[in-house]
Design a protein around this ligand. Structure first.
Ligand code: NAP
Ligand code: F7E
Length: 373
């Protein structure tokens, strides 16, 4: 039997790290694309480095030649194109870079496969997004809902979606898009709203932060667990025909609800007062007497800095097709479990960071006093 060889772009990201674990456990040879950085950015995959079937290569989504050479060298049977400038708000500040990586980057991958004559040998998964629905035209959204992208990120991803479809039809390639709704985890980037909230709740509960500043609290999202979603990426490529799928939980919550629950798991009950820019989350009660000094304090406030020029405010996915055709269970991890996993992780992380910083301070003092040489 021929070997399964996966090439993952975006391997250092949230999804890339979970997908690598998933494919390695299935016996795949996994190759990942990394790019050079002046700081260590491989935290999410550090535990996989040294694993015999796990290989990293330098390349860049903006560098066609590097992609052509790498695809030729690795001869993948499946490519998972996860690399992207994935932050919607950042795409307003760096729209051209976002378009180059998130739109033209998809074309570069497709052409790298064609240049190496692997059209029939290699399947391609494209990391598409619910952001395509943007200024939504119906709720909930399914595979037939019209697109209305509402940010430079979404417009770039729309190109990626259509170029995948075009190559499928023009060259008969097995390439598909997973239209994934927001999926989060303890590995989520710290500037996305969920992780920003869970880290802040942990810091506030441990006296390391006074207040969390957020943008639009009314925004609605369909949040799932990233670990559950990478299975779907694989299932999409194992389906007998190349098709696009919506991947979502089918359950919707506001940013405010996410924050209330995250603070709850950190031992703090919030009450909300005021409207719009003046809205505040105030501590109503605490589960532990050691936190009683927080009662009556404002721990969440709104800042215009986190409003977007255009914001997508009503995402709600209908995963019926993925459920029926792929046999995927959208409810593996509930919203409550997801928030709890993230808060528990960040409570431990903040405590560990504190211990490490005390140790660093002590070490500096000991070095100064000559106790440690
Ligand atoms: P992420 O954590 O931001 O990871 C993005 C990955 O892309 C990182 O590995 C990053 O590398 C890499 N990358 C960025 N620019 C690159 C370039 N020029 N060349 C090579 N690699 C580059 O994103 P994620 O949450 O895992 O999401 C994975 C994919 O799914 C993305 O395409 C995202 O747009 C899409 N998506 C995500 C969600 C979600 O809710 N998470 C939902 C729908 C779609 P560095 O580590 O070097 O920066
Ligand atoms: O924002 C609102 C914000 O940045 C969610 C990416 O993975 O999912 C992600 O994009 C909502 C928005 O994710 C803050 O305005 C309020 O309405 O966590 P986010 P996103 O924009 O939905 C999609 C599916 C992707 O494809 C993307 O790659 O929360 N919000 N206050 C805030 N958002 C942030 N980041 N920070 C705030 O302070």
């Amino acid at each position: 039997m021929s070997k399964n060889i996966a090439l993952i772009t975006g391997v250092t990201g949230q999804d890339g790290s979970y997908l690598s674990e998933f494919l390695l456990a299935k016996g795949y040879e996994v190759h990942g694309i990394i790019r050079r950085s002046s700081v260590d950015y491989r935290e999410r995959i550090a535990h996989l480095e040294g694993t015999p079937n796990f290989h990293l290569h330098y390349a860049d989504m903006g560098d066609s030649m590097s992609l052509v050479k790498l695809v030729g060298k690795v001869q993948p049977t499946e490519i998972y194109n996860l690399a992207a400038q994935s932050h919607v708000q950042v795409s307003f500040d760096a729209p051209e870079f976002t378009a180059d990586v998130d739109a033209v980057g998809v074309l570069r991958i497709l052409e790298a496969v064609r240049t190496n004559h692997l059209e029939k040998a290699c399947k391609i998964y494209q990391a598409s997004t619910s952001e395509l629905y943007g200024k939504v035209e119906e709720v909930p959204q399914n595979e037939n809902t019209p697109f209305h992208p509402y940010s430079p990120y979404a417009v770039a991803k729309l190109y990626g979606f259509w170029i995948i479809k075009e190559y499928r039809e023009a060259y008969n390639m097995f390439c598909c898009s997973g239209i994934l709704f927001n999926h989060e985890s303890e590995r989520r980037g710290e500037t996305f709203v969920t992780r920003k909230i869970t880290l802040a709740a942990a810091r506030i509960a441990q006296g390391k932060q006074d207040c969390l500043y957020l943008g639009n609290l009314d925004s609605l999202r369909d949040w799932g667990y990233a670990k559950d979603y990478v299975e779907c990426m694989w299932l999409i490529l194992q389906h007998e025909t190349p098709e696009d799928f919506v991947i979502a939980t089918g359950v919707q919550h506001t940013v405010r609800e996410f924050a209330s629950l995250a603070f709850h798991y950190a031992g703090i009950e919030l009450r909300w007062e005021g409207q719009g820019i003046d809205e505040k989350g105030i501590v109503a009660s605490v589960s532990n007497p050691s936190l009683s000094h927080l009662i009556g304090k404002t721990v969440v406030a709104v800042s215009e800095a986190f409003y977007r020029p255009t914001d997508v405010v009503n995402l709600w996915g209908d995963p019926t097709k993925a459920k029926n055709k792929l046999g995927w269970n959208p409810q593996t991890t509930s919203f409550e479990q997801l928030v709890q996993i993230m808060v528990n992780h960040d409570m431990q992380k903040v405590a560990a960071d504190h211990v490490a910083s005390v140790m660093r301070t002590n070490l500096a003092e000991y070095l100064e006093k000559g106790i440690v040489k």
